[in-house]
Design a protein around this ligand. Sequence first.
Ligand SMILES: Cc1cc2nc3c(=O)[nH]c(=O)nc-3n(C[C@H](O)[C@H](O)[C@H](O)COP(=O)(O)OP(=O)(O)OC[C@H]3O[C@@H](n4cnc5c(N)ncnc54)[C@H](O)[C@@H]3O)c2cc1C
Length: 263
Amino acid sequence: MEDVLDTYEVLIVGGGVAGLTAGVYTGRASLDTLIVNAGEPIVTRNAHLENVPGFPAGVNPRLFLDMLRSQATRTGVDRRGGRVVTLERDHADGGERFVATVEREEADATTGSGSEVPDPDRYRVAAERVIAASWSDADYLDPLDVEIRDADSKRYVDDDGLGRTNVGGVYAAGRLSERYHQAAIAAGHGAEVATTVIHDSSVPFYRRNRPSASGRTEIEDFRDDENLRFSNHLTPRRFTTTGSFPRATSPIAAGTFRRDARS
Ligand SMILES: Cc1cc2nc3c(=O)[nH]c(=O)nc-3n(C[C@H](O)[C@H](O)[C@H](O)COP(=O)(O)OP(=O)(O)OC[C@H]3O[C@@H](n4cnc5c(N)ncnc54)[C@H](O)[C@@H]3O)c2cc1C
């Protein structure tokens, strides 16, 4: 078996809108983050992206993706190309972590970190927490028994409403977790799930203290009372690490939105 190349605090599987936005958030919180992406995100199938806040005339999807990639990289996130084929628990060194096996294809070179030293064709990386943002592949989660809803040929990962799956340390974001098929929603959900990860990791929301464009200093941290409010806000409404999650508050479960209208 291959050696583990690196160990991260957060592994994000999928470098589309949801995964990259999640990376921006975990990176800003100084969580050591790797995004592994195979192939082209679905947004690139569109000729012109509409409904994105801040772009009144729409935006070129490739430009939008490049900007998101660059934003994630600026926060210190690493990116590698390749498909995660399995995710397993690992108890090496007495701790608990996840190990992903990644297979790289020729085309994945362009979505990687741009490093001059290419990754091997097959490699393993470890992480304390994993965000699955890999629409439309959830198969690599099967060895962990992550709860997945099969709907015809599609597979959606179940979550507690804030991105946590039934397996502690594994989260799901974007279309893969059955959110509506829109870029702004994928971005917003990636941000929300990453915020849950930051909360669960007990690190401050903004750990960096960098000068901003205005010359002022970015917020280094929330004050204690603000941190507390932040935590309270994120207290799970109903969460258990076993069993299934009721979806009563979801408009989908409540039957107010037809599933087939969203795929
Ligand atoms: C034709 C078309 C037009 C659209 N037009 C609009 C529009 O105008 N406005 C709008 O707001 N939305 C639009 N959308 C929807 C929007 O693009 C998506 O909802 C959004 O991009 C989904 O983001 P995501 O990050 O969840 O998934 P994706 O962008 O698909 O990202 C998932 C990434 O994970 C990768 N991946 C999958 N499995 C693995 C694995 N095992 N290991 C590593 N990587 C993996 C995938 O290859 C992909 O790169 C359109 C979609 C389509 C198809």
